[in-house]
Design a protein around this ligand. Structure first.
Ligand SMILES: [Zn+2]
Length: 375
């Protein structure tokens, strides 16, 4: 018998801060081997980028259900924990530790749900050791290799924790994209006593940013309006009576399905260009896509998962696209995918913890999803 609590505690006790797996992958592999899964380690990258991945598979043919998860966790630097972050201590019905929510609990619950489950078709698990950082050598590398071998999936679930709502209240059917941008403005330096002889890049930058920050859209049926957050303004000028030559800023956009990386970059550049020309400054603008926007266009999988959650919890789950991105953005190119996991209130924070009662609910939700999928 698999004990979900023991399994989760074992996983939390591995300090698997990205991209180190610190033994966590061995624990997952051993548990799955006991359930009859064939396991393949797929290691990509080298040196400090080396990333452990696991692809485990059981059964044959269609339909093929895949579960995606990650054993890596974010660090605990600068956080004050009441209990050791890798101690997995239990207090008042909760297990404390980094990854208790995000997302070692999801992995433990899905493995428990597989116990004594008989089915016609294939079940696989793609578990990566790098989801929290830039996942070049994680899920996208594994999916590339597997699809080159001809692997195909019918549907997939990512076991990421949901929002701040109770377990089962939310499923994620998509995520916004993330675009980082850097804008530098060059003016003309000079004495603050002779402002007319200078062009102040700090003031110009602020004016341009005010134009750039205007609404990007009104949102869609699936997504809230895209947002833009200015994250830093850098001038570094130490002299109070000197107008500097240059000022730069960085901002991040969370964009919805109304944009592509290209169209959004063009929109921002047009706004910047218009404002900069009006003021009379030159500028340099660069963007980098951190994650593309995605949405699950399939209706069958969300309906199935929502019905399973209803039957277990009595809750009527809402479909959400809020929050950061997830590895579902890579899987969506191969099959319908959505995120279904435990309540995520407090993940990445100090004293991250999961209610033991939630583990039981999540196991039953996953089990019911599998039953519905294979019947
Ligand atoms: Zn996660």
């Amino acid at each position: 018998m698999i004990n979900t609590i023991d399994l989760l505690q074992d996983l939390i006790r591995c300090p698997s801060i990205t991209p180190s797996d610190a033994g966590a992958m061995d624990i997952v592999e051993n548990a799955l081997r006991h359930l009859g899964f064939s396991c393949e380690r797929m290691v990509f990258g080298s040196g400090e980028n080396e990333t452990q991945n696991l692809y485990a598979k059981k059964g044959n043919g269609d339909p093929h259900f895949c579960f995606l998860g990650h054993v890596d966790v974010v660090g605990v630097d600068g956080q004050n924990w009441d209990y050791p972050p890798f101690g997995a201590q239990i207090h008042d019905g909760r297990i404390y530790g980094r990854g208790a929510m995000d997302m070692k609990s999801g992995i433990a619950c899905f493995i428990k749900a597989l116990e004594n489950f008989t089915f016609n078709g294939t079940i696989s698990l793609l578990i990566t050791g790098n989801e929290e950082d830039i996942p070049t050598y994680g899920t996208p590398a594994v999916l590339k290799e597997l699809t080159e071998r001809g692997e195909k999936w019918t549907a997939a679930i990512v076991g990421e924790p949901g929002g701040t709502e109770p377990t089962g209240a939310v499923i994620k059917t998509g995520r916004r994209g993330s675009l980082n941008a850097r804008l530098s403005v060059t003016g003309k330096s000079g004495h603050t006593g002779y402002v007319r002889l200078a062009v102040n890049p700090v003031e110009a930058l602020c004016d341009i940013l005010n134009e750039v920050r205007k609404p990007l859209d009104n949102g869609t049926h699936n997504f809230e309006p895209s947002s833009l957050s200015v994250t830093t303004i850098d001038v570094g000028n130490q002299t109070p009576n000197l107008i500097p030559e240059m000022a730069s800023a960085k901002f991040n956009c969370r964009f919805n399905e109304l944009h592509t990386v290209e169209s959004l970059t063009k929109l921002l550049d047009t706004r910047i260009k218009t404002a900069a020309e009006k003021i009379g400054v030159s500028y340099d603008f660069k963007t980098e896509c951190m994650a593309d926007v995605f949405i699950c266009r399939d209706h069958h999988l969300p309906a199935l998962v929502k019905q399973a959650i209803r039957e277990i919890t009595g809750l009527d789950p809402v479909e959400s696209t809020a929050g950061g991105s997830s590895d579902a953005r890579f899987m969506v190119k191969h099959c319908p995918v959505l995120e279904c996991g435990i309540s995520g209130q407090g993940m990445h924070g100090a004293n991250e913890s999961v209610a033991i009662a939630d583990l039981d609910i999540q196991v039953r939700i996953y089990r019911r999803i599998l039953e519905k999928f294979f019947n």
